[in-house]
Write a protein of this length. Structure first.
Length: 232
């Protein structure tokens, strides 16, 4: 089945969205981007997810990351989430967030009624089908770098809502490790210590990491667990 692997260039597709027709690479520009799909408009788990995405949009904007969603509904259906009027689902999202109604979502939604993009990008959930017996989109999260390559992907089935705290956490890891020659260990959170990659020789460590390193002794005697404060 067609799909994307880590390191693949995400296709520069053209699509109809709630902000009009876009060319994907042009929409992203030089920014990082997150493309996330949801099964259908006006479904319960999607309402909670879109509500959370709306709440966190300032966090993504602060990181200069562009959000864009996709589902197999039409633009006309999506307009219930977005401009030019306050649609019922957008009212539901605002109600779920306990916010005052707004006239538009802070990110566009791609329309894919023929499932062309969902098939091309490997987004369909074979176990979840609509009333016509057709598969709906799974809950994919594609993290795309400024070079338009897939940097990380998370795939949830339609029945399981995403953890947006984890989405922000791995995004912070991607941004940090893209800028600095470090890695993030298990359960890392922003501000925690990071790890020195094993391909950096010992004689270069002090020059590259002036804040010092802490090496954990292991039975093997191999000094590969090397921690250093998170670069600022």
């Amino acid at each position: 089945m067609p799909g994307l692997l880590l390191g693949d260039i995400v296709p520069d597709f053209e699509a109809d969205t709630t902000i009009g027709k876009i060319r994907f690479h042009e929409f992203l520009g030089d920014s990082w981007g997150i493309l996330f799909s949801h099964p259908r408009d006006y479904t319960p788990v999607c309402t909670t997810e879109l509500g959370r995405a709306v709440k966190l949009e300032p966090e993504f904007a602060k990181r200069k990351v562009r959000l864009i969603a996709l589902s197999i509904d039409s633009v006309q259906d999506h307009l219930g989430w977005s401009k030019p009027y306050i649609g019922l689902l957008l009212q539901d999202i605002n109600s779920y967030n306990c916010d005052e109604p707004t006239k538009t979502l802070p990110f566009p939604i791609i329309a894919d009624p023929k499932r062309d993009l969902a098939v091309k990008l490997g987004m369909l959930d074979p176990d979840e089908k609509d009333s016509d017996g057709m598969p709906v989109t799974a809950r994919c999260v594609f993290f795309i770098g400024p070079d338009k390559r897939m940097k990380l992907s998370i795939l949830y089935p339609a029945t399981t809502g995403r953890n947006f705290d984890e989405i922000l956490r791995v995004l912070d890891s991607l941004l940090l490790t893209a800028k600095h020659n470090v890695a993030t260990p298990v359960d890392w959170k922003p501000g925690d210590r990071v790890m020195v990659p094993p391909n950096i020789p010992e004689d270069e460590v002090s020059k590259l990491f002036p804040c010092g390193i802490d090496t954990i002794e292991l039975p093997s005697g191999k000094n590969y667990l090397r921690y250093t404060p998170q670069p600022k």
